[in-house]
Design a binder for this molecule. Structure first.
Ligand code: PLP
Length: 400
């Protein structure tokens, strides 16, 4: 084997070993095909009907008739692809319409879309920052943010998770005359907790830094009408770069940045993922466009998600589970070890609860967990049933 190949394969050897053992013991749960999406937040996996607790479809919008119809109509009009980048022949009316819809939804002047959320973070951060600039990133930020920071070549300063004093110390130490960007997830994808936006805004003002917030898990989730973190804190238009994905609450694919017209114009002219990668397919753009409208037209979905979240978290806590500081639909059920997390998952899936484990190194050792997400599709009785299953699993395995 070439040495280059070895360099790629060797670091992954312990993970392969772990999965090999897991496969033998029937505790390998990743990459399982979802055979069918059923009603009421249920899915068919391995021929078995299960409550779906591993979905980011927080508002249950997948298969919504209005969204499906919009996608179908776009295919009928424009076919299935764009054959090109937006700058040249890839822009369709639906792309401009989608960007206007996002800008309106986020109360921003303008928006730009890319082909995924991952690529959006990568390209936006590396376009706006370069060598000599400083970027300050929460330690639990999503991998796409970390990769974007590294690609930018800027000084990459991480601050302790949600620790505003630590962030301030780091900001204070940066030279006064450099460009600064502070970036954080609105809702953290592993822990479900919320960033302290008011403090971030104050610090960014004090130290003259731009603020970027990744709203992958907050659009449709936070705020009375689901518009996200600014609405949640009752703040106006305070975030400079409002980043989001079209693949979670929004049942499509793609990513976006909403913000000041000038900033969006700049990204449109120079960000490489816009200039050198094909436009979103018409059906996906149309589906996303319609989904934002459905969220505003059907506010009862946001209300139901909020009630379901409250029921799920308080129910699990009443059983004695540690759910960290989650206040949202992402609920970490701490299991304490890799083995416990795998056994909990096995028990849950055998009893009709489809949730998945997150283990180290994705989370710190000791904080291995079952990561369960609740959505607006679940009915209260179904949530109670899932809590009962997890409670029984916790007792059987010794987590409780
Ligand atoms: C999922 C996710 C992304 C990436 O979005 P995709 O559209 O799936 O590429 C970015 N940031 C966070 C916080 C995410 O959870």
């Amino acid at each position: 084997m070439s040495t280059k190949m070895k360099r790629v394969l060797e670091p992954t050897a312990p993970i392969f070993k772990l999965w090999e053992t897991a496969r033998e013991e029937g505790t390998y749960f990743y990459n399982q095909p979802i055979q069918e999406f059923l009603d009421d937040g249920k899915v068919l996996v391995n021929g078995k009907e299960m409550g779906m607790y591993a979905s980011y479809g927080y508002l249950g919008l997948l298969d919504h008739p209005r969204i499906n119809a919009a996608a179908r109509q776009a295919i009928d009009e424009f076919g299935t692809g764009t054959h090109g980048v937006r700058t040249l022949a890839g822009t369709l009316p639906i792309h401009d319409e989608l960007e206007q819809t996002i800008a309106d939804f986020k109360h921003a002047e303008a928006a730009i879309t890319y082909s995924s959320g991952y690529v959006t973070n990568l390209t936006a951060i590396s376009t706006l920052l370069g060598r000599h600039d400083y970027v300050f990133s929460d330690k639990l930020n999503h991998a796409s943010i970390v990769d974007g920071c590294q690609l930018s070549g800027a000084e990459f300063k991480r601050f302790r998770h949600r620790d505003m004093e630590h962030l301030e110390r780091r900001l204070k130490k940066a030279p006064p005359d450099v460009n600064k960007l502070v970036v954080a997830d609105a809702v953290f994808s592993m822990d479900g907790d919320i960033i302290d936006l008011p403090s971030l805004v104050a610090l960014c003002e004090k130290y003259d830094a731009l603020l970027m917030i990744d709203e992958a898990h907050s659009v449709g989730v936070l705020g009375k009408t689901g518009r996200g973190i600014e609405e949640h804190f009752g703040m106006g238009n305070v975030v400079d770069l409002k980043m989001g994905t079209l693949s979670k609450t929004i049942p499509s694919v793609g990513g976006y940045i909403a913000g000041k017209q000038k900033m969006i114009d700049c990204l449109r002219v120079v960000s490489r993922a816009y200039i050198f990668s094909a436009a979103l397919p018409p059906a996906q753009a149309a589906a996303a466009n319609e989904a934002f409208k459905v969220i505003l037209d059907e506010p009862e979905r946001v209300e139901k998600l909020s009630a379901n979240t409250e029921q799920f978290i308080s129910g699990l806590q009443a059983c004695g589970f540690d759910t960290l500081d989650t206040e949202t639909a992402i609920v970490p059920v701490i299991c304490g070890s890799i083995d416990n997390a795998l056994q909990m998952t096995k028990y849950a899936q055998e009893h009709g609860v489809f949730a998945l484990p997150v283990i180290s190194p994705a989370v710190p050792p000791g904080l291995e967990r079952l990561r369960a997400t609740v959505t607006a599709s679940h009915e209260p009785e179904e949530i109670d049933r899932a809590i009962d299953v997890l409670s029984a699993a916790g007792k059987a395995i010794g987590v409780l």
